[in-house]
Design a protein around this ligand. Structure first.
Ligand SMILES: [Cu+2]
Length: 155
């Protein structure tokens, strides 16, 4: 094979890979509905505890089969640190941080977000199977960062 021919083959291969990756990206975004957590709104970080719904963190049933979980991230804990939800229900996680940036990753799920002071983060998830998932802070938030965790218990 001549050098020109090899170059041509590599150009075609590179172009084909681009097309394959773009198709995978479009399929995951539109076919599977994968996207970044929505930015729900803004909140005054110093007034979080006086602003609904963050004045009352916890799990609430908003309608049959649909739950709302209000979670606060602060140094160095999640409030509440134990979340009990039923399997098969649609669960809206509404969260923010009161002090510095924290992470919110629910192990074994695709839920992975940043909790940013001043911003509200919303994620919706359905746990199909009963079980226990660890909530991990994955943004370094200070001395007690490694102690910051919680649990989602699916019943
Ligand atoms: Cu942390």
């Amino acid at each position: 094979m001549t050098v020109e021919r090899i170059e041509k083959v590599f150009l075609i291969l590179a172009g084909a890979m681009l097309v394959v990756f773009l198709l995978a990206l479009f399929y995951s975004a539109f076919g599977m509905g994968m996207h970044l957590p929505d930015r729900e709104g803004e909140i005054v970080p110093t007034e979080v505890r006086n602003t609904p719904p963050f004045d009352n963190p916890g799990v609430r049933e908003v309608e049959p089969g649909r739950y709302e979980v209000v979670v606060l991230g602060r140094a160095w804990a999640f409030e509440p640190d134990e979340i009990r939800v039923p399997a098969g229900a649609e669960i809206d996680f509404i969260s923010t941080a009161t002090d510095v940036i924290h992470g919110f990753h629910v192990e074994g799920t695709r839920m992975n977000a940043m909790l940013i002071p001043g911003q509200i983060t919303r994620m919706t998830y359905v746990f199909d199977e009963p079980g226990e998932h660890l909530i991990i802070c994955h943004e370094f938030c200070g001395l007690g960062h490694h102690l910051m965790y919680g649990r989602v218990i699916v019943e």
